[in-house]
Design a protein around this ligand. Structure first.
Ligand SMILES: NC(=O)c1ccc[n+]([C@@H]2O[C@H](COP(=O)([O-])OP(=O)(O)OC[C@H]3O[C@@H](n4cnc5c(N)ncnc54)[C@H](OP(=O)(O)O)[C@@H]3O)[C@@H](O)[C@H]2O)c1
Length: 290
């Protein structure tokens, strides 16, 4: 029986990246819908669950993506509401690659530092989809997390969202320019840049001055890179005594994880792969060579 993936994308054009990875992960057919609104979801899900019988439903799965994380979360909630036992299919949410990218970054940090309890983590521009997911996961693992934003109200909104979504405490601080970096980074063990593509967030002089810093991860792959002095292919190199990862150093694991999650969707019909469950898949993939 063919493996069918229903792609529900909140953006107008369903992500080609997500489609390519899904085919590479074993989907036989992808049924793609773009610009999906909450009111569209129930009938699309019913098209999945009322066709094949319960014992075959693991051959159908639903992927939820798009640029907007909160829209993706709403679509996921609607999809869950539209199903009932035993007529269910597995679901995965990865709007803008947020969950798989955040989990891959967290794995790299944990592989380097081990136990994160009490470690200070600063997530630059942590208000975006990737930064918010990473903040929640790291705080769940016991880290003291601070996210930065250029705008106080934006930072506070994200802080409240992360705290509620992951049941954790995180802090938010305003960072309008690099002159405030010494104060923001003081005592940090981990620096994670989740700022946008093509924006340098930290000059080399700022992070190399932080004597407590042990790990720096930059998720921006487009020049100028986000953390000056960390190269895009860095994958655990030591620079200035700090273990560093660039976007491709994290991206390889992100893509493997993305594929593993899509493949897993077709193993049963009741999975819901969101941040925590995706982190669990990464753990089950086992330790990696650095
Ligand atoms: N390596 C991988 O596999 C992979 C996969 C997916 C994504 N990524 C990368 O991960 C990073 C985060 O992705 P995302 O989608 O979460 O990011 P995003 O939403 O594009 O941006 C994150 C935050 O950056 C801040 N920002 C926007 N423009 C800025 C500017 N000019 N200067 C300083 N801050 C600015 C905004 O926060 P405030 O308005 O609150 O300041 C925004 O919420 C991106 O670099 C993306 O390319 C990497």
């Amino acid at each position: 029986m063919r493996k069918l993936l229903l792609q529900l994308d909140s953006s107008r054009l369903p992500s080609v990246f997500d489609q390519v990875v899904a085919y590479d992960a074993g989907a036989d057919v992808i049924m793609s819908y773009g610009g999906v609104a909450e009111s569209d979801v129930r009938d699309l899900i019913h098209g999945c669950i009322f066709t094949r019988g319960p014992k075959d439903l693991h051959n159908t799965a639903v992927w939820i993506g798009g640029n907007n994380m909160s829209a993706g979360e709403q679509l996921l909630a609607m999809a869950q509401d539209a199903m009932f036992d035993p007529l269910k299919v597995s679901l995965m949410l990865d709007s803008n690659g947020s969950n798989t990218t955040a989990v891959a970054a967290v794995v790299k940090i944990e592989e380097t530092l081990g136990d994160l309890s009490g470690k200070k983590v600063v997530i630059l521009a942590g208000t975006g989809p990737v930064g918010q997911r990473a903040a929640g996961l790291l705080a769940r693992d016991g880290a003291r997390v601070t996210i930065t934003s250029r705008k106080p109200e934006q930072g506070e909104k994200a802080r409240q969202f992360i705290s509620a979504r992951f049941n954790v405490q995180v802090e938010a601080t305003t960072l309008t320019d690099s002159s405030r970096l010494p104060g923001v980074l003081e005592g940090a063990d981990v620096l994670l840049n989740s700022g946008p593509a093509g924006v340098q967030m930290v000059p080399e002089s700022a992070w190399t001055a932080v004597k407590t810093l042990k790990v720096a991860v930059d998720l921006n792959a487009a020049p100028p890179l986000g953390i000056e002095g960390v190269e895009v292919n860095d994958a655990g190199e030591k620079r200035n005594g700090v273990t560093v990862y660039g976007a491709f150093g994290v991206g390889t694991l992100k893509t493997k994880l993305h594929k593993a999650c899509v493949a897993r969707l077709f193993t049963r019909n009741d999975l819901v792969l969101d941040a925590e469950a995706i982190a669990e898949v990464a753990r089950e993939m086992g330790p990696r060579k650095k």
